[in-house]
Each structure stands twice: as structure tokens, then as C-alpha cells.
Design a protein around this ligand. Structure first.
Ligand code: PGA
Length: 255
């Protein structure tokens, strides 16, 4: 819940100019692929931002949340089908602020994921432990439970459409980042769980993003970890230059 429309336009306008430079890099590349960039503006700005990126290969737009029902009398809520109808492609589900401030539990989040997939959108499912849970050494157990209840109810075909974001709650918006080893060990844990629940191919194909005070300075060390496939960027995405540097880091590392 940051920025007025005008401020958001300036931010995204600057970003667009930078991402335009990025295109030739991809096209001249020798068969390498550019990381996908997804922007998640507040609902009210989504259509404006979508208009700016029409036909811009490699950049798409998503929503930060959605309601768990298909449609109906839910004043103030936004459905996955509405999000789909404006041309967005992704929805963040279960961000820790939704879980902790709006008391969204994994059962509700599972219903949201169901709606998102039903509407042919990609859910970016967030998981992560609170600081006291890590201090008690329960972080693997907490994340395992979140994934089992939130995602593992579905079959492999559906699961292969999901992206997971590991976001330790103590790292979100705090300036304290999980160190690369902490991120890697949790990402490896998640991939292993997915391998056991589904199969190795599904685990290998899964994108696991890291989120929590990721910035231009620490992104390289995080992205270079074998199981860190990208980032979910909060504060640093409010500065076009910094966000673009993060995208470039990922591009360098993945190619
Ligand atoms: P942060 O936010 O990068 O500012 O820590 C991450 C998030 O909100 O997902």
C-alpha cells in the first residue's frame, strides 16, 4: 500500500525505459532466456500498468491477493476471474502480511490457490516462519506445514503451475536478510519436499523465489545459490534503478 497513481506511473515509466534496454540483450543472447519480470501493483493501478506493458515481452502483471470465491456478494473484494479479465497473469497468495494481519490461514489460502488455478493464473504462494519459530528451530516444520496444507492437496498437473516464494517473516521489510546459506537450506528443503510429494522432474521445474529485504547489494549472493531461482522484491522495487539492478543480477546468474 505504497505510492499514489502518479508516483506509481513515474516509477513504472522509469522501469519501462530500463527494461526496454534489456530486450536487445535477450534477443542477441545465444539461446539463453531472460528472467521473467512480474509487477504486482495494487488492484486500482493494475489496468494502467498493464496498458504500459502491452506487447512487452518478458514483463507481466499480477495482483497481490484475491478472494477465495468465484464471484458473489463480497463487497470490497476482488476475484481471480476479475484479475484474469483485465489481462493479469499472476496472483500472490499468502503473503505474510495477509497471513498475520488479516488472519488468512492455510485452509483459506488453499481455496484461493484453487481459484487462481481455475482461472488459469499463476499463484505465487508465500511461505515462511516467524522469528520466534526460527529461534526455536521450528522453521523447517512451519514451512512444511504451510506447503502441505496450502498446496500439496493438488495433483501434479496443477502443482506444476505454482511458484513458491520463501519469505522468512523476520526478513520482510526489516533490512535483515536471510543469509545465502539460510535461504539455500530452506529452498533445498522445499524442493526435496516437492520431490517426495510429486516427483523429481516437478521439483526440478519448480521456481522458488526468495523474499525478505532482498536488494541490489545482496541479490547476487542469494541468486547464485543453486535452489534460489529468483526474488520477490518489496521495498527495493519502489526504486526503479535498484529493482532493475536486481533483475540484471538474476539475468547474469541465470545465463
Ligand atoms: P521487502 O518485502 O523486500 O521489503 O522485505 C518483501 C515482501 O513484502 O514480500
Amino acid at each position: 500500500m505504497n505510492l499514489s497513481l502518479e508516483e506509481a506511473r513515474v516509477l513504472v515509466g522509469e522501469l519501462k525505459v530500463k527494461l526496454n534496454h534489456y530486450h536487445p540483450v535477450m534477443e542477441n543472447g545465444n539461446g539463453t532466456s531472460m528472467p521473467e519480470v512480474v509487477l504486482f501493483p495494487p488492484y486500482v493501478y493494475m489496468t494502467r500498468i498493464l496498458d504500459l506493458f502491452i506487447n512487452h515481452q518478458g514483463v507481466s502483471v499480477g495482483a497481490q491477493n484475491c478472494h477465495h470465491e468465484e464471484q458473489g456478494a463480497y463487497t470490497g473484494e476482488v476475484s481471480a476471474s476479475m484479475i484474469r479479465s483485465v489481462g493479469a497473469t499472476h496472483v500472490i497468495i499468502g503473503h505474510s502480511e495477509r497471513r498475520n494481519q488479516f488472519l488468512e490461514n492455510d485452509e483459506l489460502l488453499a481455496e484461493k490457490v484453487r481459484q487462481v488455478l481455475k482461472n488459469a493464473l499463476c499463484p505465487v504462494f508465500c511461505c515462511g516462519e516467524l522469528l520466534p519459530e526460527r529461534e526455536r528451530g521450528q522453521h523447517f516444520e512451519v514451512v512444511t506445514g504451510q506447503l502441505q496444507r496450502g498446496l500439496f492437496w493438488m495433483n501434479q498437473a496443477r502443482f506444476s503451475k505454482v511458484v513458491i516464494a520463501y519469505e522468512p517473516v523476520w526478513a520482510i521489510g526489516t533490512g535483515v536478510t536471510a543469509n545465502p546459506e539460510q535461504a539455500q537450506e530452506m529452498h533445498a528443503h522445499i524442493r526435496k519436499l516437492v520431490g517426495k510429494t510429486y516427483d523429481q522432474e516437478t521439483a526440478d521445474g519448480l521456481s522458488i523465489l526468495y523474499g525478505g529485504s532482498c536488494n541490489a547489494k545482496n541479490a547476487g549472493a542469494l541468486f547464485v545459490q543453486p535452489d534460489v531461482d529468483g526474488g520477490l522484491i518489496g521495498g527495493a522495487s519502489l526504486k526503479a534503478g535498484e529493482f532493475y539492478e536486481i533483475v540484471q543480477k538474476l539475468n547474469e546468474i541465470s545465463n
